[in-house]
Ligand binder design. Structure first.
Ligand SMILES: *Cc1c(COP(=O)(O)O)cnc(C)c1O
Length: 385
C-alpha cells in the first residue's frame, strides 16, 4: 500500500492526519500548545513558525493533493497571496499579473506595490501573447487565476509554465476556483499553487484560511518571510479544516455535477441571455478546459434578460442564498456589479464583460430539482411589468 500512489479521496481522508497512539482514536487529536520543549528537540515548534503538530500534518495533505513536495497554511487566502508575492518580489522587481483576478488580490497590488518599489503590469487579456508582451528584464513573477472570476475565462497553464521557465521567472496560480480535484497546476509546471481555503477547502462557509503548495525550496523561501509577517492559522481552525478536507473530493464532484446540469438548464432558459461555464460547448475556452481540467468546476455565471429585475430575483430565491462568498455546500449567488466589482465604474465593468444583469452562481450539493424549482419560482416573481 505504501508504495502505491494514493487516490485523491484517500489523500483527502487520510493523508496528514495526526496519529493518536495513546487512545487510538480515529481522528486527529488537536494540539493547542503554543509552548514546546526546546531541549533535545530537532524542531523548535511555535505556532508562528507554521510547525505545530496540526499545522505540520495538514500541510502534507495540501501538498499531496497538489502533487507538490510541501505545503503551508495561512490565516486567509490573502495572507497566502501576499506572502507568496512579497517572497519573490523585492524593490526594483516587476510582476506580470493576469488582468482578471480576485478583487482583493488586485487591491493588494494596486494599493501597496508602489510603496514597496515593486513594478507590475496587468495583461491586456488572457492569451499567452498578452503575458509575453508584459515581460521585462526585471520580471520575477507571473501570476494567474484560472478559471477567472466571474466570467470563468481560462488561461493556458502549460503555456504559462513554459513561458515562465524560458525567462527564468517564478509562476504562481490562485487555484481557488478549480481546487486540486479539478485542476493540478503543479503537474503542468506552475511553481506555486495558492488557495483561499475559506472557499472549497473549508466548504461549509465557516473557516477563514489560506494554503500554498510548492517545492520544498520555494516553501522554505516563503516561510522565511511568512514567519515574520505572522499570518499563521490557529490550530482550532487547522483541525476544522482537516475535518472539512476529508470530504473535499466528494463535495467538489457533487457540486460540479450539479453545476453542469444547472448550466445546461440555464442555457436553454428563455429568461437567460448567456451562460458562462467552461463545461458548455458555447464557452470560448471549452477545448482548453477539456485539456487542463478534470471536470469543469462548480462556479458559473449567467446573464438574466433585461426583462427581469436581478435584485428582486435574488430576493425571491428561497433556497439559494445571496452571499459575498462562495464554494460552500449550500448554493449561493452574487451580483458582481453590486458586490465584487462595485468599486469599478460601469464602463470599466462593461469593458470586462460584466453587465448589471450578470449573476455569479456558486453551485452547492442540494438536489438539482430543488435548485431548478427555486430559480423558476424566483424568475416568476421578478419579471418586470
Ligand atoms: C476569496 C478568494 C481569495 C481571498 O481569500 P480570503 O480567504 O478571503 O483572504 C483569493 N482568491 C480567490 C479566487 C478567492 O475567491
Amino acid at each position: 500500500m505504501s508504495k502505491q500512489k494514493k487516490g485523491q479521496n484517500t489523500i483527502c481522508t487520510h493523508t496528514g492526519g495526526v496519529d493518536d497512539p495513546i487512545f487510538r482514536g480515529a481522528v486527529s487529536p488537536i494540539y493547542l500548545s503554543t509552548s514546546y520543549d526546546f531541549l533535545d528537540q530537532e524542531t523548535k515548534r511555535y505556532p508562528r513558525y507554521f510547525n505545530t503538530p496540526n499545522q505540520e500534518h495538514l500541510s502534507k495533505k495540501i501538498a499531496a493533493l497538489e502533487d507538490a513536495e510541501a505545503g503551508m497554511l495561512f490565516s486567509s487566502g490573502l495572507a497566502a497571496v501576499s506572502a507568496v508575492m512579497l517572497s519573490f518580489l523585492k524593490s526594483g522587481d516587476h510582476a506580470v499579473i493576469q488582468n482578471d483576478i480576485y478583487g482583493g488580490t488586485r487591491n493588494f497590488i494596486e494599493s501597496h506595490f508602489e510603496s514597496y518599489g515593486i513594478q507590475y503590469s496587468f495583461t491586456k487579456d488572457l492569451t499567452i501573447n498578452a503575458f509575453k508582451d508584459c515581460i521585462q528584464k526585471n520580471t520575477k513573477l507571473i501570476y494567474v487565476e484560472t478559471p477567472s472570476n466571474p466570467l470563468l475565462k481560462l488561461v493556458d497553464l502549460f503555456a504559462i509554465a513554459k513561458l515562465a521557465k524560458t525567462h527564468n521567472i517564478i509562476s504562481a496560480i490562485d487555484n481557488t476556483f478549480a481546487t486540486p480535484i479539478v485542476q493540478k497546476p503543479h503537474t503542468l509546471g506552475i511553481d506555486i499553487i495558492i488557495h483561499s481555503a475559506t472557499k472549497y477547502f473549508g466548504g461549509h462557509s465557516d473557516i477563514s484560511a489560506g494554503a500554498i503548495a510548492s517545492s520544498q525550496k520555494h516553501i522554505d523561501k516563503i516561510w522565511d518571510l511568512a514567519k515574520d509577517f505572522g499570518g499563521n492559522l490557529s490550530d482550532f481552525s487547522v483541525w476544522m479544516l482537516e475535518r472539512s478536507m476529508k470530504t473535499l473530493g466528494i463535495r467538489v464532484k457533487a457540486q460540479q455535477k450539479n453545476a453542469k446540469k444547472l448550466a445546461r438548464f440555464l442555457e436553454q432558459h428563455p429568461a437567460v441571455n448567456k451562460v458562462y461555464y467552461p463545461g458548455l460547448k458555447s464557452h470560448e475556452d471549452h477545448q482548453l478546459a477539456k485539456i487542463q481540467m478534470k471536470g469543469f468546476g462548480a462556479m458559473l455565471s449567467f446573464e438574466l434578460s433585461k426583462s427581469y429585475d436581478t435584485v428582486l430575483f435574488l430576493k425571491s430565491l428561497q433556497l439559494i442564498k445571496p452571499s459575498m462568498s462562495l464554494a460552500g455546500v449550500e448554493s449561493t449567488m452574487i451580483l458582481p456589479a453590486l458586490a465584487s466589482h462595485a468599486l469599478l465604474s460601469k464602463s470599466e465593468r462593461l469593458a470586462q464583460g460584466i453587465t448589471d444583469q450578470l449573476i455569479r452562481f456558486s453551485v452547492g450539493i442540494e438536489s438539482k430539482k430543488d435548485l431548478i424549482y427555486d430559480i423558476e419560482h424566483a424568475l416568476n416573481l421578478s419579471q418586470k411589468k
